[in-house]
Design a binder for this molecule. Structure first.
Ligand code: C2E
Ligand code: CA
Ligand code: CA
Ligand code: CA
Length: 278
């Protein structure tokens, strides 16, 4: 018996070691991946529920790993956050998203806003606003076409969050709270934060037709957003029933597989962006 246990224990140990090793490997790979241009962006359209037109898009990062193939953010963002690599990676995402958007504008497409996810590690940088400003200037993109998505976890330090948000807002960009409803943020803070939009987490949208509690939450968030003069976007809209419910609630925008999954830049251009008239 004891031996059996011993063997199991060793196996466990080996598995642990392998996991740590592959973690270290992945982290090393990530350091090189930026230079080797293995990251790329996909864009997911954001649709006005009023007009059905695309009014914005969210940039989402992917990693084309030379050995492991295409990796979704869930497989490397947590590690990037842990190691601090999220800071240079996040800046690459921001700059690349702005470059794409600027190019579309120069090519004569109707300007739309691009949303970029900001990790807490980036949000805590004392010179974040200066860095964002530098990127906007370098790319030459009008700040009003940039939206940064932050999460409720920023409110753990409300003084710093307020200061940081005010600095970002002064640049002329937009701010949204991502995954709204899943984190801790008091309603008291909400009224004092200089933000433009709430993005209702898809966990609440998923069962909105069958779960009365989810329906109440979505309806309450939307009503509150209207009162606070905030825009509201529903994430993870997958079917017509959800869409009808959201329209009844007068939710402004939707994002989800019903409209489109995230697509490469070329597809966004050919299928979703519209040429300016004239
Ligand atoms: P998120 O910011 O909440 O992004 C939305 C995620 O939901 C995306 O997953 C998108 O593909 C997925 N999604 C969109 N519509 C639907 C739908 O109708 N149904 C379902 N089931 N899923 C839908 P993705 O691209 O795998 O990204 C996952 C998360 O990784 C993001 O969640 C975000 O937190 C993080 N992430 C992605 N790109 C970046 C980045 O550049 N920087 C940072 N810091 N985080 C990023
Ligand atoms: Ca997001
Ligand atoms: Ca989200
Ligand atoms: Ca999410």
């Amino acid at each position: 018996h004891a031996k059996e246990n011993g063997v199991d224990f060793m196996r466990y140990d080996a598995a642990m070691k392998q996991r740590t090793q592959s973690k270290v490997e992945l982290e090393n790979d990530m350091r090189k991946a930026l230079e080797r241009e293995e990251f790329f962006l996909e864009f997911q359209p954001q649709i006005s529920l009023d007009t059905g037109k695309m009014v914005g898009m969210e940039a989402l990062v992917r990693w084309n790993h030379p050995k492991r193939g295409l990796l979704p953010p869930s497989e490397f963002i947590p590690l990037a956050e842990e190691s601090g690599l999220i800071v240079p990676l996040g800046e690459w995402v921001l700059k690349t998203a702005c470059l794409h958007n600027k190019k579309w504008q120069l090519d004569g497409f109707e300007p739309v806003c691009v949303s970029v996810n900001l990790s807490m590690r980036q949000f805590r940088q004392y010179n974040l606003a200066e860095r964002v400003d530098a990127i906007l200037r370098e790319v030459g993109m009008d700040p009003r076409y940039l939206e940064l998505e932050v999460t409720e976890s920023m409110t753990y330090d409300i003084e710093t969050a307020l200061d940081q948000l005010h600095r970002l807002k002064r640049l002329g960009i937009h701010i949204s709270i991502d995954d709204f409803g899943t984190g801790y943020s008091s309603l008291y803070y909400l009224k004092s934060l200089p933000i433009d939009r709430l993005k209702i987490d898809r966990a609440f949208v998923k069962e909105v037709m069958y779960d009365g509690n989810d329906a109440a939450i979505v309806s309450t968030i939307t009503t509150m957003a209207h009162h606070l003069k905030l825009k509201v976007t529903a994430e993870g809209v997958e079917n017509e029933e959800q869409l009808e419910f959201l329209k009844l609630q007068r939710c402004h925008e939707g994002q989800g597989y019903l409209f489109s999954k995230p697509v490469p830049a070329g597809v966004l251009e050919s299928e979703f962006l519209s040429r300016l008239a004239g």
